[in-house]
Design a protein around this ligand. Structure first.
Ligand code: EPU
Length: 437
């Protein structure tokens, strides 16, 4: 296993170009399963990440030929008979659940390993299943697998609101099932995340008829078949937000390129409230925190889009550990997503947790320490903290970070950070833990 070794205290400087979005690319790749044999889906600007490779492996298992040329991925259906997404793959990446809807819609059957809980808390799929049942699928859970059948899916009204808002991959699944279902489907309380919108646009390029993209209510008019298409994956707003947090905490001056500022409105506003100067263009944001020794304290509540993204909560909490006062961070998507808080405390942060809220008393300085990444974004938060801490920080279990960031250490080094990858000597019993994203 790898670890990151960071010597903190260097302000980041320069420009960084953001890669394609992981959470947009993964469901788009799964959409290839909706194609008839021989048809091709071409995706451009696909990030080179462990999760993308895992989805490619799963699709190969499901009869799709996957070819990568640089950031371009070509997916061609060669065999449309396999229907089983095995435990061995699903356990390493929860986004594998995105194959459920398209397999069922196109092949009339799906057997997908039931994703379990993970480091960020309980992550049920009840809304996915209820939604598919509304499209007249027959569903059962047996031997750890979701068994879905529905040779003739029919449209219906699907409600996707749950205790914690809508569901992102649940909306993806219902959309992909509904595009080939007979008749009209209304999806109420659909997720509005940009990544969901992009999937809907891709499906329309492939011949689907989806109205209301970007709204809480999506209307899908089922069609007989889809055809091949090409699409560019949007920039990763979470990768962008992570570099912005790194610039802010180090008092840096970084221009983040290839970013859609419109997807990051609440994140940019939060940075402004922290005292960071921003210059936002359509595709670039300059994050200028020069001279900002400690940020202003702010309160953050993670919410479904357009609210503050849960996937940036850890990185922004890192900034707040050094703020000039008390901040309150409330997690409304995953109430238990706070494993980074205990690790940040090892670096001298003062954080008190009360149920789904963390109260952060800003301290003048963090000090480097060995810390453990428990999931992808918690790991990113610890790296952000390490960049500002005095002395040496080691972030262990970097494989979590590699799932969603392409060579994060090289990219931070290009901005002047002192960070390198090294081998972690793992005890014989430890092995990569379960998936998060
Ligand atoms: N939920 C239910 N029932 C369901 C589905 C979800 O109660 O059937 C709950 C969840 O437990 C959670 C909330 O609804 O409390 C939202 O979960 P959602 O289903 O929207 O999450 P997801 O689709 O599994 C995606 C991202 C996550 C991101 C969340 C929230 C992908 C591949 N994953 O997960 O990304 O945190 O939306 O925005 O798009 C990451 O990239 O690090 C990551 C974890």
């Amino acid at each position: 296993m790898d670890k990151f070794v960071i010597h903190g205290g260097r302000p980041l400087k320069g420009a960084i170009r953001i890669h394609g979005s992981k959470n947009a690319a993964l469901p788009m790749m799964a959409a290839s399963l909706l194609l008839p044999r021989g048809e091709r889906l071409v995706l451009r600007n696909v990030p080179d990440l462990a999760d993308v490779r895992t989805m490619a492996k799963l699709l190969v298992e499901l009869g799709v030929h996957v070819e990568r040329g640089g950031a371009r991925l070509t997916l061609t259906v060669e065999d449309d008979r396999p229907v089983r997404a095995p435990y061995e793959i699903v356990k390493t990446m929860r986004a594998s659940i995105c194959v459920l809807g398209p397999l069922l819609a196109r092949r009339g059957e799906a057997q997908v390993s039931f994703p379990g809980g993970c480091a960020i808390g309980s992550r049920p799929v009840d809304l996915h299943l209820k939604g598919l049942a509304r499209l007249h699928a027959r569903l059962a859970v047996r031997n750890g697998y979701i068994l879905a059948r529905g040779a003739k899916l029919r449209g219906g009204t699907v409600y996707l609101g749950g205790t914690f808002g809508s569901t992102v991959t649940g909306t993806d699944n219902i959309l992909m099932a509904a595009v080939l279902a007979k008749g009209r489907t209304v999806i109420e309380h659909a997720a509005q995340e940009p990544e969901v919108q992009e999937l809907a646009h891709l499906l329309n390029h492939m011949g689907a008829r989806i109205d209301g993209i970007g709204n809480h209510r999506l209307i899908v008019h089922g069609v007989e078949r889809l055809h091949g298409a090409e699409k560019t994956v949007i920039p990763d707003r979470i990768e962008a937000g992570t570099f912005m947090a790194a610039a802010a905490i180090t008092g840096g001056d970084v221009t983040v390129e290839n970013v859609r500022a419109e997807d990051l409105t609440v994140v940019l506003e939060t940075l402004r409230q922290m005292g960071v100067r921003l210059e936002a263009g359509t595709y670039t944001v300059r994050v200028n925190a020069k001279g900002l020794r400690r940020a202003e304290p702010v309160d953050i509540t993670s919410l479904p889009y357009p609210g503050f993204p849960t996937d940036l909560q850890a990185q922004f909490m890192a900034i707040l550990t050094r703020a000039k006062g008390i901040s309150v961070v409330t997690e409304r998507i995953y109430p238990d997503r706070f494993t980074h808080a205990a690790e940040l405390s090892r670096m001298g942060a003062e954080i008190r947790k009360q149920e789904s809220t963390a109260i952060i008393h800003g301290v003048a300085k963090l000090s480097g320490a060995p810390v453990m990444a428990s999931d992808l974004r918690a790991g990113a938060g610890l790296v952000v903290a390490g960049l500002a801490a005095r002395g040496r920080t080691e972030v262990l279990r970097v494989y979590h970070i590699d799932r969603g960031y392409d060579r994060l250490e090289e990219r931070l080094s290009s901005l002047g950070a002192n960070i390198r990858r090294a081998k972690e000597i793992a005890p014989a019993s430890s092995s990569p833990a379960a998936a998060t994203a």
